[in-house]
Write a protein that binds this ligand. Structure first.
Ligand SMILES: Nc1nc2c(ncn2[C@@H]2O[C@H](COP(=O)(O)OP(=O)(O)OP(=O)(O)O)[C@@H](O)[C@H]2O)c(=O)[nH]1
Ligand SMILES: [Mg+2]
Length: 697
């Protein structure tokens, strides 16, 4: 494979709502350009970019597939991103290294919820865009309706550049408004087409739309505007340069049409990517010097010092770690040592590869702007910057949002405890949106992800790749205890056994503290009623008892203890005796101080079509939820509420069944609040029953 210069490279993110056809269009682009020799289908599980087991089995993209097509002497690096909501974090990670995006719109529903989400990502990274109205061959496809929804949601920038010839079963090609030609296909999936005149019946519409498009292109500069007014049109180079500028400035986003599965309109998509999208060349990228923290810049050019950003890691159980890099500046060579500026460590690189899905073509070197893969790096993970040792730079990494759903996981066989942690560490290398930790209070291993499907996919990876079978459980709620009142008590420990006895005696006051302050110990002993060296023992006795709980075995928090008096015995007093005195005092104080149970309250956001809003709110009320606000985003209703965690642990399946799978939600911890007395009663009984059971074991 030849080495491409940045002028002839295009880095393109394929984005869109779930199942809009990103992987199918990628597959068709690879076929039409000759990178593969058949039109692979998602249904057949043989596409280049959906190659992971879970993707093949579920027929959806779970993580970004990386491939390339060589077209008109250019190399198009294709990032085929996921479109389903739980996997969109990966989409965002990939777009970080794209220079432009192809936005797929399904011609039946038009713009959908996740189309808007990925559009926001493209905005975040300032990406020029082409829109492809795909699936024009489907029953009920409507180009007009798709255009209307695009205009409604995305405003003025998107404008048709192609028109479909025929719709649904009749869809047979596209009219290009710039070239004023028609490209007609046999529906044989060969991707072969014939250039012809625009069909008679479409000429008027094409002329009208062409005029609008040219007018918009003229707006891209004052100079073109003048020419346009003078001549009444734009031609040749003026037209092309103006079009490119309008696209690069994101004032124009051309709309194309295609049927990915029939390979209709696909060569024209490749043409548009090559001819209209900006190349990475001479783009400036900002980073910081890791030592001085000063802002530094690189130009996408072979002349600048080498720098690259790691945007993806694949944890392959056989090959090991595969890292995907986008080279921002300079030339990268195989078998060379570079500097990982994020980890501040040198890293030895083996052979560089051009990734075509899971298969790799070795390449000796790669130039500024390109995307490459390399295996078996030791230090490097996603988000790191690799650079020339003498010219360190760090590019900002993409931050992951908090996961929205949490399960407790338990191995089916006890011996697998250690294996789970190692396997999860590997999986989170390739999927930084997964979080896991052991809850110090409940001792459960908690696994969080962006949705139930995300967690299930992770569990499947654990099983298939690492041979660890786990069960998902509802996480235990980490209740806590605190006090509402005050107490003033004595804790006295006196015991006479054999030799010398035990004696400790303390007087404490206990009072509530604001939420989140945990514990405070105030020493007000004056005049030596308790010797200094025994005071920490009193505190320890209290803290240890507080950790064991009073009402139901949950840690007691948010209280202050003031130790103000006591007495001691010259021979019988010891640290141990004062510790026991402290714990006796604690228990007596708790009895007096009106103990209560606290529960975690979550901030919850629920998204669902408007028609379900009433039912969902009713359900939230029955879950002791407090409504915080409502918002409508297109036809999606957003409900915000605060709901006790205990009421949310089984919410996912309920929401699915209430909304026919169309609802989703996100939640995060807000604060601890008092459990209402009637609910607390039950929790305390349950917990004490369980504790008795454990003691009996
Ligand atoms: N009729 C028709 N079906 C299509 C077309 N493009 C894709 N499909 C079908 O739509 C389904 C989803 O296609 P994918 O290519 O997996 O869509 P995707 O956008 O990659 O989906 P995710 O990556 O999972 O979000 C598959 O069943 C495809 O066969 C098309 O142009 N016409
Ligand atoms: Mg896909």
């Amino acid at each position: 494979m030849r080495v491409y210069e940045s002028d002839s490279i295009r880095n393109v993110g394929m984005i869109g709502h779930g199942a809009s056809g990103k992987t199918s269009l990628t597959s068709a682009m690879l076929f039409v350009s000759g990178a593969v020799n058949r039109l692979a289908r998602v249904e057949d599980g043989n596409t280049v970019t959906d190659w992971e087991d879970e993707e093949i089995e579920r027929k959806i993209s779970i993580s970004t597939g990386v491939a390339y097509a060589e077209w008109s002497k250019h190399k198009i690096n294709i990032l085929d991103t996921p479109g389903y909501r739980p996997f969109l974090n990966d989409t965002r990670l990939a777009l970080r290294v794209a220079d432009a995006a192809v936005v797929l719109i399904d011609a039946v529903p038009g713009v959908e919820v996740q189309t808007e989400k990925v559009w926001e990502f493209a905005d975040e990274f300032n990406l020029p865009r082409i829109l492809v109205v795909n699936k024009v061959d489907r029953d009920n496809a409507s180009f007009e309706r798709a255009l209307a929804s695009i205009a409604e949601v995305f405003g003025r920038a998107p404008i048709p550049m192609h028109l479909p010839i025929g719709l649904e079963r009749e869809f047979s090609g596209v009219v290009n408004l710039i070239t004023n030609k028609a490209y007609r296909y046999e529906r044989d999936g060969s991707g072969k087409f014939k250039e012809s005149e625009i069909p008679e019946a479409m000429r008027q519409e094409a002329a009208d739309r062409r005029e609008k498009l040219i007018e918009r292109i003229a707006e891209s500069s004052d100079e073109l505007m003048e020419k346009f007014f003078a001549d009444g049109t734009l031609e040749g180079d003026d037209l092309l340069q103006g079009f490119r500028k309008g696209i690069a400035d994101r004032n124009i986003m051309p709309i194309l049409v295609a049927s990915a599965v029939h390979a209709v309109g696909v060569p024209q998509v490749l043409d548009a990517i090559v001819e209209l999208f900006p190349s990475p060349a001479r783009r400036k990228v900002a980073g910081i010097d890791p030592k001085t923290k000063a802002a530094v810049e690189r130009t996408v050019s072979n002349q600048d010092p080498f720098s690259a950003y790691v945007f993806k890691t694949v944890a392959d159980p056989f090959t090991g770690r595969i890292s995907m890099l986008r080279i921002y500046s300079g030339v990268m060579k195989s078998d060379t040592q570079y500097y990982n500026a994020a980890k501040e460590k040198p890293e030895k690189f083996g052979p560089l590869q051009a990734p075509q899905g899971k298969s790799m073509t070795p390449i000796g070197e790669a130039h500024a702007g390109d995307i490459i893969a390399v295996t078996k790096l030791k230090e490097t993970t996603t988000g790191d910057t690799i650079c020339d040792t003498a010219h360190p730079i760090v590019f900002p990494a993409v931050e992951m949002p908090e996961p929205s759903i949490t399960f407790a996981i338990e191995p089916k066989s006890r011996g697998d405890e250690d294996k789970i942690s190692t396997a999860l560490a590997r999986i989170s290398e390739e999927d930084p949106a997964i979080k896991y930790h052991r809850d110090p209070q409940t001792k459960q291993l908690l696994l969080s992800g962006s949705g139930q499907l995300h967690v299930e996919v992770t569990v499947a990876k654990l099983r298939k790749r690492y041979g660890v079978e786990v069960v998902l459980k509802i996480p235990k709620v980490p209740y806590r205890e605190t006090i509402r009142g005050r107490a003033d008590v004595q804790g006295r420990h006196k015991k006479q056994t054999g030799g010398h006895g035990q004696f400790g005696d303390c007087w404490i006051k206990m009072e509530p503290l604001p939420r989140g302050t945990n514990f405070e110990f105030v020493d007000e002993i004056f005049g030596g009623s308790i010797p200094r060296n025994f005071i920490p023992a009193v505190e320890k006795g209290i803290q240890e008892s507080a950790a064991r709980g009073f009402l139901a075995g949950y840690p007691v928090v948010d209280f202050r203890v003031i130790l103000y008096d006591g007495s001691f015995h010259a021979v019988d007093s010891s640290e141990m005796a004062f510790k026991v005195a402290g714990s006796i005092a604690f228990k007596k104080a708790m009895e007096e101080a009106h103990p209560i149970l606290l529960e975690p309250i979550m901030n919850v956001e629920i998204y669902a079509p408007q028609e379900y809003a009433g039912d969902l709110m009713g359900d939230l009320t029955s879950r002791r939820g407090r409504l915080q606000g409502m918002d409508v985003k297109r036809d999606t209703q957003v409900i915000k509420a605060q709901v006790p965690m205990a009421e949310m642990v089984t919410y996912a399946p309920v929401l699915t069944s209430m909304t026919g799978g169309r609802g989703s939600y996100h939640m995060e911890f807000s604060h601890y609040d008092e459990v209402p007395a009637h609910v607390a009663q039950k929790i305390i009984e349950e917990a004490n029953k369980e504790r008795k059971g454990e003691e009996a074991e």
